[in-house]
Write a new protein. Structure first.
Length: 237
C-alpha cells in the first residue's frame, strides 16, 4: 500500500512509525509525507497553483533532505491512499477549509483517479496549552468537539473515502491516564502519542488486528502497560 500525506508536522507525527508497524506484521506499506510546518489547506491550495518545490519530503518516517512540489508528489507513483488535513490553528472552524479543500480534492482525483482520499482528523491542543484561550476555548475538550464537527463536515463535503480519527484517539489516551500524550502545546509525544496514532492509521487503512502487532522500537520508551492501554484506546475509536 502506498500512502501520500499532504500535510504538516502533525502528519509527520502520524506516520513516524506506520511503515515499521506494518512491517512487524509482514505488511508492505510505504508512506510519503510532504511537509511544511503549520501548513493550512489555503497554503496547499496556493502551492497547487504555483507548482513550487515547497515541501520537505519524508519517506517511511524519515526526512529525505530534499523538496518537491505538490504535483510532483502526486504523479510520483500510484498512490492507494492520499490524505488531507487542516492546520491545527484552523482545524476547529470549517469556514477555514473552503474553497481550498474541494479544489484540492478535485485536483487529486484528476491526477490520481485510482487513489482513495482520506481525511486525517488532527487533535486538540494539550490541556495546559496557552493557545486555547486565544482560540476561544476554555479547555481542550471544547476544542476537540469543534474539530470533530469540522472534520466530519469536511469528509462529507468532498465525499472522502474515510476519516482517520486521530484527534479522538489522542484525547482518549489522556482520559485513560497516559502521560505524556503531547510533547508541547500541540504535537504528540515521541513515544505514546506517535505510536498510538500510527497504530490507528494502520488499523483504519488495513483493517488488520493491532493486538498482536510487535512493533516497539519507539524514539521514546513505551512500557508494556502503556502499550496495552494504547491498543485498548485505538480499538475503541
Amino acid at each position: 500500500m502506498n500512502i501520500l500525506l499532504i500535510g504538516n508536522s502533525y502528519s509527520v507525527d502520524a506516520t513516524r512509525y506506520l511503515h515499521r508497524i506494518a512491517r512487524a506484521d509482514k505488511v508492505d506499506i510505504t508512506t510519503a509525507c510532504i511537509y511544511i510546518g503549520g501548513c493550512p489547506l489555503e497554503r496547499h491550495f496556493r502551492n497547487m497553483h504555483s507548482e513550487k518545490d515547497a515541501y520537505n519530503l519524508f519517506m517511511n518516517g524519515e526526512e529525505c533532505g530534499f523538496f518537491v512540489s505538490l504535483k510532483e508528489a502526486l504523479v510520483n507513483r500510484s498512490w492507494d491512499v492520499i490524505t488531507l488535513q487542516q492546520a491545527s490553528f484552523e482545524s476547529f472552524d470549517f469556514k477555514n477549509y473552503e474553497p481550498y479543500l474541494t479544489v484540492l480534492s478535485e485536483y487529486i482525483r484528476t491526477l490520481c483517479p485510482n487513489a482513495k482520499i482520506y481525511i486525517h482528523q488532527t487533535w486538540c491542543d494539550n490541556v495546559d496549552s496557552p493557545r486555547l484561550e486565544g482560540f476561544g476555548f476554555s479547555d481542550s475538550k471544547g476544542m476537540l468537539a469543534e474539530i470533530i464537527k469540522a472534520y466530519d463536515k469536511a469528509c462529507k463535503e468532498i465525499k472522502a473515502d474515510g476519516i482517520i480519527r486521530s484527534g479522538e484517539l489522542i484525547y482518549s489516551l489522556y482520559e485513560n491516564g497516559l502521560n505524556p500524550v503531547w510533547r508541547d502545546h500541540g504535537h504528540v509525544s515521541y513515544g505514546i502519542g506517535r505510536l498510538a496514532v500510527g497504530l490507528l492509521w494502520y488499523k483504519t487503512l488495513t483493517g488488520n488486528d493491532i493486538m498482536k502487532n510487535t512493533f516497539c522500537d519507539t524514539d521514546e520508551p513505551v512500557s508494556e502497560k502503556e502499550l496495552e492501554i494504547i491498543k485498548k484506546c485505538v480499538n475503541s475509536i
